[in-house]
Design a binder for this molecule. Structure first.
Ligand code: HDE
Length: 716
């Protein structure tokens, strides 16, 4: 970008009327050019702050084209938000193949080791509108656009491996039920209301996904620490034409990490952009979020089941104990979008954007999605030409014979708009199906009568929620009970609560007893439910080959994970910098981030020891810190005695976050009522390598889980 000229400077002689030197014209006419403000027609403007008026106090003149053009364009700046997944954040990155997937798929981007493919990934919540808070309880979207050499491949997944309904025809009902009530348009971005629970208690196939959402999985700590899932089973084909049924996973290198409920609520108020900011900040700081792509590969059998699990049923997982996830590549997000609207808002994903080697199955949910996404983009992006938008353009050559239409920006030349032709020398030609890179639909056989029916196995709605419940650790179960109790407690209708309790009774006696007790309602037995579709108790597939517990479901582990990108807040006294460099070095070595917190802004220390203050008593909140450190010198300082310090420490303690203090910083903990003997509270006379090592380990365990029970017992 060239420097702007002041008004009294003469333009250089080689400048065109639009201010763009001829040799610097951007070849893309849609980009902004030059350094002079113009109208949309390229006319230079000398004033953009005053409307044209009949005298300084007179009426505004209709002839002011600049005014009318500026306001008209502004009036149309918004496009319809996505009907679901409206709230999102995205980033650019690179996918690198490990090269070991070629036995399963001939997809070029997975073929050879080290093959790199550019990607754009959009994360989202589902229920809320575009301006809603990030940290609400919800399923989250995890969509990846791979710009492969063979064309665009979209993996449009979620952070929860199952879905609420088994058939796309129910999707409008589900979304109507979870969206705000149509009369008052409340509550925003919440499932804690009657219509949602009315729906999921009657469509009991939703119980499995609902339980994932009620568990800590519904409260992602950050997008960087969520798993992703393709949900449906896909059919993959290798170069020899052999096929397999495959479930697709994203495994976060930073581990799975979720919020506790109070933390999520505080974040929704204090920083509604919490996840969006976290993602962008991490990328800007060079702590690039990473995931490994994993495949569960299962035989392509006629009945499309695996060890009793119907692979076409999107409400079922295949436990990792039965079919391990094989890692086939790594995703790294390396750059933030430069324009939210152009990229994050206009990106258009579609589960039917596939590449050779990856094919769909007859999962009725997937089949319906194949229709929906193209349809919705036409209304959301104003016509059929959205593939021309820069963010949606394939990075492979396109010659599609699609022409004209709303918002056509290409100037197509020649007569080759039909096939076969002689007028354009036969171009573009169709490819020989045996050539690499050509998409050929697998000739799978289809038969049967036209019916509106589900396979029998789809009527088993309770085996897998039971397995999920059994897989949670006691503290995760307690959090899940608290979530059900809160959400059902927000339902006005006794009938709705009772319906949902009857569904829970079919999952687990302890679960339903605890939720019913919290609601003050009688505990139902296993009487016939109110569900549709066989009431969820159909013969079904039964317990997946005796697996009643899957360890991969729980986030709690006694093995510390990596802490890259985590935030360590160091509370310092009025002039303390001693030890701060050691803290920075140790924490920085883990690619984690240090935030210096002092009473007021500016710097602490002087000369070579000077350190920038990142947060003050006014701006610091516990929600953005994974660990709180209270340095020597805090006692008696302005921050040490500040009420905000106490609040941060109390919240960090309640939320099970690691807390460390040394020197007279320990006195500050005691004064705030922190139990210095509790799990994850580390104290020492002075800062040492040992203290920092222990702190790093405590953060790697995510939380001091034993400290959470008090919070949940209190019903928060
Ligand atoms: Fe979507 N979904 N969906 N969905 N979905 C949309 O497409 C739909 C489903 C998912 O970041 C919409 O472009 C139907 C499952 C994500 O831009 C819409 C059904 C999964 C995103 C649509 C489902 C998803 C969407 C709205 C039931 C996980 C955000 C805007 C059959 C595997 C993509 C848009 C982004 C968005 C329809 C179910 C994931 C209306 C009909 C299952 C991540 O087309």
């Amino acid at each position: 970008m060239s420097a702007r000229r002041t008004p009294d400077q003469e333009p250089p002689a080689d400048v065109s009327p639009t201010g763009v030197p001829a040799d610097q014209k951007d070849p893309d006419p849609r980009a902004q050019q030059g350094d002079r403000l113009t109208t949309a027609q390229g006319l230079r403007v000398h004033d953009t702050d005053h409307s044209l008026k009949a005298g300084p106090r007179g009426p505004v003149l209709l002839e002011d084209h600049h005014l009318r053009e500026k306001i008209t364009h502004f009036d149309h700046e918004r496009i319809p938000e996505r009907v679901v997944h409206a709230r999102g954040a995205a980033a650019h990155g690179v996918f690198t193949s490990y090269g070991n997937a070629s036995a399963v798929t001939k997809a070029g981007f997975l073929a050879q080791e080290g093959k790199e493919t550019e990607v754009f990934v959009r994360f989202s919540t589902v229920a809320g509108s575009r301006g809603s808070a990030d940290t609400v309880r919800d399923v989250r979207g995890f969509s990846t656009k791979f710009y492969t050499d063979e064309g665009v491949y979209d993996l449009v997944g979620n952070v929860i491996p199952v879905f609420f309904v088994q058939d796309a025809i129910k999707f409008p009902d589900l979304i109507h039920a979870v969206k705000p009530h149509p009369d008052r348009e409340i509550p925003q971005a919440q499932s804690a209301h009657d219509t949602f629970w009315d729906f999921v208690s009657r469509h009991t196939e939703a119980q499995h996904t609902t339980m994932w959402v009620m568990s800590p999985r519904g409260l992602a700590a950050s997008y960087r620490t969520t798993e992703g899932f393709g949900v449906h089973t896909f059919r993959m084909e290798n170069a020899a034409g052999e096929t397999a049924l495959v479930k697709i996973h994203w495994k976060p290198v930073a581990g799975v990490h979720n919020m506790v409920w109070e933390e999520a609520q505080l974040a929704a108020g204090f920083d509604p952009d919490f996840h969006r900011r976290d993602l962008a900040d991490a990328i800007e700081a060079g702590a690039f979020p990473e995931w490994e792509l994993g495949l569960q590969v299962m035989p392509d059998t006629v009945d499309e089941t695996f060890m009793g699990i119907d692979l076409l049923d999107p409400t079922k997982i295949v436990p990792e104990e039965l079919c391990p996830v094989q890692k086939v590549g790594r995703l790294r997000l390396t750059a933030n979008p430069s324009n939210y609207f152009a990229e994050t808002e206009q990106v258009a994903f579609h589960p039917g954007h596939l590449v050779p080697g990856i094919q769909i199955t007859n999962d009725p949910l997937l089949q319906g999605r194949l229709f929906s996404y193209l349809d919705t983009q036409i209304s959301r992006l104003g016509g059929p030409n959205f593939a021309q938008l820069p963010i949606n353009r394939p990075h492979a050559p396109v010659d599609d014979m699609l022409r004209d239409g709303m918002h056509q920006t290409a100037v197509h030349e020649g007569l080759g708009t039909y096939q076969p032709n002689t007028m354009a020398d036969g171009l573009p030609t169709v490819s020989d199906p045996r050539e690499p890179g050509v998409y050929v639909t697998l000739p799978t056989s289809v038969s049967g009568e036209k019916v509106r029916e589900n396979p029998v196995s789809f009527a088993d709605h309770f085996t897998q929620p039971r397995m999920f419940w059994n897989s949670l650790t006691p503290i995760e179960q307690t959090q899940t009970v608290a979530a059900y109790t809160f959400e059902l407690g927000k339902c006005e209708s006794e009938d709705v609560r009772a319906h949902q309790l009857r569904a829970l009774a079919k999952i687990d006696a302890d679960l339903v007893a605890r939720v019913a007790t919290g609601l003050g309602l009688p505990v139902p037995g296993g009487e016939p439910g109110d569900g549709r579709d066989g009431a969820g108790e159909g013969p079904g597939a039964g317990e997946p080959d005796g697996i009643t517990r899957s360890a991969a479901i729980s986030e709690v582990s006694d093995v510390p994970g990596p802490i890259a990108g985590r935030n360590f807040g160091v509370f310092v006294g009025d002039d303390l910098v001693d030890g701060l460099l050691a803290v920075r070095e140790r924490i920085g070595a883990e690619q984690a981030l240090v935030k210096v917190v002092a009473a007021r802004g500016g710097v602490v220390g002087s000369g070579a020891d000077e350190q920038k203050i990142d947060r003050t008593a006014a701006t610091v909140r516990s929600i953005e810190l994974d660990a709180v450190m209270v340095a020597d010198g805090m006692a008696g300082s302005a921050l040490g005695s500040h009420p905000r310090t106490r609040t941060v420490l109390e919240e960090a303690f309640r939320h099970g976050k690691a807390i460390a203090a040394w020197g007279d910083g320990v006195d500050v903990l005691v004064a705030a009522g922190i139990d210095t003997e509790a799990e994850g509270v580390l104290t020492a006379d002075e800062l040492s390598d040992g203290l920092l090592d222990d702190l790093v380990e405590a953060v790697g365990l995510h939380r001091a889980w034993s400290r959470l029970s008090a919070l949940d017992a209190a019903g928060t």
